[in-house]
Design a protein around this ligand. Structure first.
Ligand SMILES: [Zn+2]
Length: 1098
């Protein structure tokens, strides 16, 4: 039975007009209540997420509380929250899409114990608005009325606490219904006075009663016996310190904003245009839409807007738009989606090419320095992409100099691209030695800086854990330990209760345990083996190649807690000294790790290949059971391939065999590795023919589980076995991509790598020319060939640097949904394949989990509709791809930043003038107007070296090649830069010249420290014996890590003695933290030339 009502909505438009909207409104006798206490779950149709039954009361926030304190309601510790539809709608109407989406995500998220109750559709809950009643009063009344109904609906068995900021409501409803309490969230204006007045209730007692499961109405009544207005957080969540701090901080920010809006001073910025004007302007082409990208090295002056959406095609602009200065940026912040108006041509400006503070990255853009480019100003912001920012409070002296308004403190974000933020706090002095997280609340046109509030303390400045936490927050990486609910879903595998293959799975799966020689090849010590291989001869003489991947989706059902967590993380994060897994170790290191000698579930791709041409005849996809016979490491497999069988002694699987069976097994294994290599060469040759590129930093396989020592360094020369394994994986990824695309043409997850913009190659071409090489960038094939040929026999670094430049000119490889992209755009440029995806690493990539589910749905014959129901629609998949792409970038950035952190910590305490290791050979790889960029192969460090110092003196190298600073001038040419002193001496630095540099650290309080390079001689750094050099360099690297970890340990010890100011328990964030030398060295080596500012994982 539905009752029709009319509901009047008054909405305010951007111009301040009020719109009256009448909506028809149908009332139902029952709507889902989603309470486990529901007496009629069938009538209520409670088929969604239910509230936990493990709570002492339900909490119903009033609409204003939802609007202003959503951040606090997001604490997963707060349980049993009922969001009333009325409250949600006010958020939607008044706080905009972003906040509303946050609320919707919270409601969807199974990890948060909260539900939505559609009170306005429930016939007994709905209240029409009375004549003369304000919207606000009606909303609060509706929510209270619904709270009472809900209490009775649950048969008065669960007390309800409605929290509101409305004092009158507390007075009016506070004692109206027994069992429904109305209290303040945080008593706002009279807080102080109130605090003094209230007789101290015994908090401990109250809480104990509260948290007792049997807590009843009476215990709650004990708390509110005098019906005093009290504070919800204080009473119910006294231990949730973070929530309390956040609450104080939000309150203070609110108060400041109120005060500010009363003062009226001059406008600092132009007002933003109303949304309708912006939208119309974009449509007509008058305005341009894009994402604001601030230049980190000139954050005050330079920002660029990368065109987006329709603007991209219609504007006819090929380049980004320059936004010059803060006024033109008009309060937009790095990452915001902005609307830009182009300035007339005579006001266009050029970008700067001089080196400046902190410039250590090379842009592959070859624009000449001062050529004017399209320049514009921001007229509006479509989407604010504000996140949590790590900031540093000013030192005591700076606070004093900020003067009169000591309550408002200007803090400096760690990220150079973010403007200073004004924080209202009285704790400035206490916070000055810490990294602190803040959030931006608003940025009014009247205010020079944005206003924000304090969120939490991360750790001490310069402390390893504080700095790592900073890197995590800055990349929006949240990696708390897996929760109990998530762990409960995990299978068990203990000595007492070992995991076994189940009989049902044995029936359903193809059993390869007896028929196939399956083995894995990974870095030494690797514990998460997600791929294995097999090869054998069939009875018809043809070959059969198999790739067997851990069947992760068997253990991770769609939308389970662990699935949601893995989706949120999207990838395993590898930092320099630690790793944050996407999946719990019971899966990643055990049941989904295809270890030797144990039964494991796998998803296999098996090809039948022609015995001579290796042409693919047939392919089979499906679930299997395997038992890997060998867990080989790369070096061992390569030795076997090369016929050096002495390595057998290092392979544990051969240890306890008698000579005869050892011989037989060895022969079998050697044949298999040989055959695989042979096949891989064939497939590779085919791809090469189409122009596959081999680039520096492509598809880095990071495996960080080695806890051994320095001798396990992967050799400098890549082994062919690496390529063999990689080629088989690429083949599997390619065939799975084809399969899922054929089955689900509009909702398959693939990976594309768009061809690069030609103009990005100009620097590469110029640099190569300096060495007499020609780089043909017309196609991936010509590029690959000419890179192969650009080899200086006297200096292998040249080729490495050129490949690195080519990598930087590339676009990013990205995940996408096939429904949102034309087929010709699917192409993977780097691998030269028409279709590609990620299938082979489901343990550490969520994309692969999605692909596994797609493949299973594609090959399942029965229950097809049911399986398909679990697939993402094109739209959802598109959104998911965006999320995964974004998380991958965060993973790369955090990896790079943590490596740089270690490098700086290593050099920080060295005396650059006296320590031998601070002097090193470097190669010039980019020329700027006032200096050069130098790469140091020995440490894998890139950095800037100035040729003109702060006093305006220029570098001069005498006959002994030692450098000195003298008055003079610099002249930059295409591939060289010349410094001439007023005395007439001159020295020229060419691209690819080797020079001797001194390494030091430029310390920074507010940002990360940076490596400083100083050219001390224009000659290479000589070490007599190259062998010796090689060894000493290895030793040095091990010293680097040892020293950093040792000093960190000492510091930690010292910290423990100190008063514990920081509440954070660092340990809980460190899921795996090995003191792995190998790990860090590998990282530094791998990242040596990987510039993440443009990330290119294929
Ligand atoms: Zn119900």
């Amino acid at each position: 039975m539905l009752q029709k009502r009319e509901k009047v909505l008054l909405l305010r438009t951007f111009q301040g007009r009020t719109l009256r909207i009448v909506r028809e409104h149908y009332l139902r006798p029952s709507v889902p209540c989603n309470s486990p206490l529901c007496p009629q779950p069938a009538a209520c149709r409670n088929d969604g997420k239910l509230l936990s039954s493990d709570v002492t009361h339900y909490m119903i926030p009033d609409w204003k509380v939802v609007q202003d304190y959503l951040e606090i309601l997001e604490f997963p510790e707060l349980k049993g929250i009922i969001f009333m539809q009325t409250a949600c709608q006010t958020v939607q109407h008044q706080r905009g899409r972003r906040q509303y989406n946050k609320l919707r995500n919270l409601l969807k998220d199974a990890r948060h114990d909260c539900i939505l109750f559609a009170n306005e559709f429930q016939q007994h809950c709905y209240l029409p608005r009375e004549r003369g009643e304000s919207m606000e009063k009606w909303q609060t009344r509706s929510i209270y009325n619904a709270a009472v109904w809900y209490f009775h609906h649950c048969q008065d068995r669960m007390p309800i606490v409605m929290v509101t900021e409305d004092k009158e409501a507390i007075q009016q409803y506070g004692s109206e219904t027994e069992g429904v309490f109305v209290i303040s969230f945080k008593f706002l204006r009279n807080f102080k006075r109130f605090k003094m007045k209230k007789k101290k209730p015994n908090k401990e007692e109250a809480r104990r009663e509260c948290t007792q499961k049997s807590s009843s109405l009476h215990s709650l009544q004990a708390i509110f016996c005098s019906n005093e207005m009290q504070n919800y957080l204080d009473n119910f969540w006294p231990d949730l310190k973070a929530a309390h701090e956040l609450c104080d901080s939000i309150l203070q920010s609110q108060r400041e904003r109120e005060n500010e809006s009363q003062e009226s001073h001059g406008k600092e910025y132009a007002e933003h245009l109303p949304l309708e004007v912006l939208e119309a302007g974009i449509k007509s082409g008058r305005y341009i839409q894009g994402i604001l990208n601030v230049n980190k090295h000139r954050a005050q002056m330079e920002a660029f807007v990368r065109l987006q959406g329709a603007s991209c095609k219609d504007s006819g602009l090929l380049s980004d738009i320059l936004i010059h200065g803060m006024k033109a940026r008009n309060r937009s912040i790095h990452g915001d989606v902005v609307v830009v108006e182009l300035l007339p041509r005579n006001e266009w400006k050029g970008r700067t090419a001089a080196l400046c503070e902190n410039d250590s990255e090379d842009k592959a853009l070859g624009d000449p320095p001062s050529e004017p480019m399209p320049t514009g100003r921001v007229v509006g912001i479509l989407q604010k992409n504000w996140r949590d920012y790590v900031v540093t409070f000013p030192s005591k002296e700076e606070v004093q100099s900020q003067g009169k308004n000591a309550q408002k403190i200007l803090v400096t974000p760690w990220d150079y691209r973010i403007p200073k933020i004004r924080i209202s706090t009285q704790q400035a002095e206490a916070l000055q030695d810490f990294r602190v997280v803040v959030r931006i609340d608003s940025w009014e046109a009247t205010s020079l800086y944005p206003n924000g509030h304090f969120v939490r303390v991360l750790g001490r400045i310069g402390d390893l854990e504080g700095e790592i936490a900073t890197i995590l927050v800055e990349n929006s990486i949240s990696v708390v330990p897996f929760s109990e609910a998530q762990m409960c879903e995990m299978p068990v595998n203990t000595p007492g209760n070992p995991w076994k293959v189940s009989p049902e799975e044995e029936r359903e799966r193809k059993d390869l345990r007896e028929t196939h020689l399956v083995f894995s090849i990974d870095p030494k010590g690797c514990e998460d083996v997600d791929d294995t291989l097999s090869v054998r001869t069939l009875t018809n003489g043809n070959l059969e190649l198999g790739v067997h991947i851990a069947d992760v989706t068997h253990f991770v059902p769609p939308n389970s807690y662990i699935d949601i967590e893995a989706r949120t993380r999207a990838t395993t994060y590898y930092l320099a000294d630690r790793r944050y897994d996407m999946l719990p170790s019971i899966l990643s290191a055990d049941l989904c790790s295809l270890l030797g000698g144990v039964d494991r579930y796998a998803v296999s791709v098996i090809w039948e290949l022609d015995k001579t041409s290796y042409e693919i005849k047939k392919v089979w996809y499906g679930r299997t059971i395997i038992r890997s016979a060998y867990k080989l490491f790369y070096e061992a497999a390569q030795e076997l391939l090369d016929g050096n069988f002495h390595i057998v002694d290092d392979i544990p699987e051969f240890r306890d065999l008698d000579e005869k069976s050892k011989q037989a097994k060895l022969e079998e294994l050697v044949w298999a590795i040989g055959k695989l290599t042979d096949i891989a060469r064939h497939i590779r040759a085919k791809r090469d023919h189409c122009g596959a590129l081999e680039l520096e930093g492509v598809e880095i396989r990071v495996q960080l589980d080695e806890k051994k020592n320095i001798h396990d360094l992967i050799p400098k020369q890549p082994l062919e076995v690496h390529e063999t394994v990689a080629e088989c994986m690429i083949l599997a990824n390619h065939w799975v991509a084809k399969k899922i695309w054929e089955s689900f043409p509009h909702q398959a997850l693939l990976r594309q790598h768009p061809p690069p913009h030609q103009e990005f190659f100009s620097e590469l071409r110029e640099c190569a020319k300096a060495k007499g090489f020609f780089i043909d960038t017309r196609s991936n094939k010509t590029l690959a060939d000419s890179l192969d040929n650009a080899n200086d026999p006297n200096d292998p670094i040249v080729n490495r640097l050129l490949r690195s430049m080519a990598t930087q000119a590339m676009s990013n490889a990205l995940y996408f949904s096939t429904g949102s992209c034309a087929e010709e755009e699917f192409h993977h440029y780097g691998l030269a394949l028409d279709k590609y995806t990620h299938f082979t690493s489901p343990i550490r990539r969520y994309s692969d989990i999605v692909v596994h589910r797609l493949l299973m749905a594609a090959i399942s014959k029965d229950k097809k509709t049911e399986i398909k129901d679990n697939l993402f629609s094109n739209k959802d998949l598109e959104e998911l791809c965006r999320h995964i792409n974004n998380r991958n970038r965060a993973a790369q950035h955090s990896q790079k930043q943590s490596t740089e952190l270690f490098q700086c910590m290593y050099f920080k305490d060295k005396d650059p003038d006296n320590e031998e290791r601070c002097i090193s050979d470097g190669v010039i790889y980019s020329i700027r107007t006032n200096g050069v960029l130098v790469f140091i192969p020995r440490f894998g460090i890139k950095g800037a070296a100035y040729l003109r110092n702060k006093d305006g003196l220029v570098i001069s190298c005498g006959s002994d090649s030692r450098s000195e600073w003298k008055p003079g001038s610099l002249q930059r040419f295409q591939n060289k830069i010349t410094s001439t002193t007023t005395g007439g001496e001159s020295v020229t630095f060419h691209l690819f010249d080797h020079v001797t540099v001194r390494i030091s650290v430029q310390a920074s309080r507010c940002h990360s420290d940076t490596i400083r390079l100083e050219i001390i001689s224009n000659k290479p750094y000589m070490i007599p014996d190259t062998e010796l050099f090689h060894q000493s360099s290895l030793l040095l690297k091990s010293d680097l890590v040892k020293e950093v970890t040792r000093s960190v340990e000492e510091a930690q010890l010292a910290q423990e003695v100190k008063v514990n100011v920081i509440q954070e328990d660092y340990q809980k964030y460190c899921q795996t933290k090995g003191r792995s030398l190998y790990t860090l060295l590998e990282e530094i080596r791998d990242l040596a030339l990987l510039d993440v500012s443009n990330s290119y994982g294929m």
